[in-house]
Design a protein around this ligand. Structure first.
Ligand code: SAH
Ligand code: DHB
Ligand code: MG
Length: 221
């Protein structure tokens, strides 16, 4: 099975199940036009995040790693009118592209974007008692995964769902001797979730337009 097949099947899923979505297409075009790396979640993955947030009945969502806001918009669309996504981004250029995308997609009223190192923003959110969040999506610099998970626990309640992206990495997650910092970050997410008695988790391996990767998914007890 090849990357080409995975991408074709992803196209099939979108064609069969999704309404035409010029606003989201424009978001991806703006991201590429702005020179952002093509590491947004795929459309099928974005919709999965949206469905998970709805299944969870989420009103308050926290995202770590905005990029151009593609995943943010999918999650914002899952929220009731009084819901909110707080999304954290280090890079001011990514943040400004994201901000105009939120306008374009009509979700600005439901999104709060904080620019700066996520570890600082997370400390500020905790100091402001901004939690608990119902749904938390971790998708930033992978070596910080254990720190992000640790803040996620502090900003959660029993029943909070935590999703962590890119934890399979072409299967490299099982190569223990690998020295890749991103792979180590993936392994660190597994160790954290496996080691924290309050978390019940699993992971799903995904193939598609973005290759072979996966999500860790956990619930706080
Ligand atoms: N969630 C996005 C993709 C995020 S890509 C989507 O699916 O559409 C990862 C993002 O994390 C990048 O924009 C990168 O600039 C940001 N990032 C990296 N290190 C960070 C840090 N320390 N704090 C906050 N954001 C960071
Ligand atoms: C990378 C980061 C991501 O968030 C992603 O979805 C894919 C790749 C990366 O840094 O390589
Ligand atoms: Mg990712």
């Amino acid at each position: 099975m090849s990357m080409k097949t995975w991408a074709s099947v992803d196209d099939y899923i979108v064609e069969a199940l999704f309404d035409a979505d010029p606003a989201l297409d424009a978001v991806l075009a703006a991201n590429r036009g702005g020179g952002l790396p093509a590491i947004d979640v795929s459309p099928a993955q974005g919709k999965l995040l949206s469905l998970l947030a709805r299944m969870q009945g989420a009103k308050k969502v926290l995202e770590i790693g905005t990029l151009g806001g593609y995943s943010t918009i999918w999650m914002a669309r899952a929220l009731p009118v009084d819901g909110k996504v707080v999304t954290l981004e280090l890079d001011p250029h990514h943040a400004s592209v994201a901000r105009s995308n939120f306008e374009r997609a009509g979700v600005s009223d439901r999104v709060e974007l904080r620019v700066g190192p996520a570890l600082q923003s997370l400390a500020a959110l905790a100091a402001e008692n901004a939690g608990p969040f119902d749904f938390i999506f971790i998708d930033a610099d992978k070596p910080n995964n254990p720190h992000y998970l640790s803040w996620a626990m502090r900003l959660s309640r029993p029943g909070t769902v935590i999703v962590c992206d890119n934890v399979i990495r072409d299967g490299a997650v099982v190569n223990e001797d690998g020295r890749d910092a991103n792979v180590e970050g993936a392994r660190a997410a597994f160790s954290f979730i496996g080691g924290d008695k309050r978390l019940e988790g699993t992971a799903i391996q995904t193939v598609g337009a973005k290759g072979y990767d996966g999500f860790a998914i956990a619930i706080v007890n």
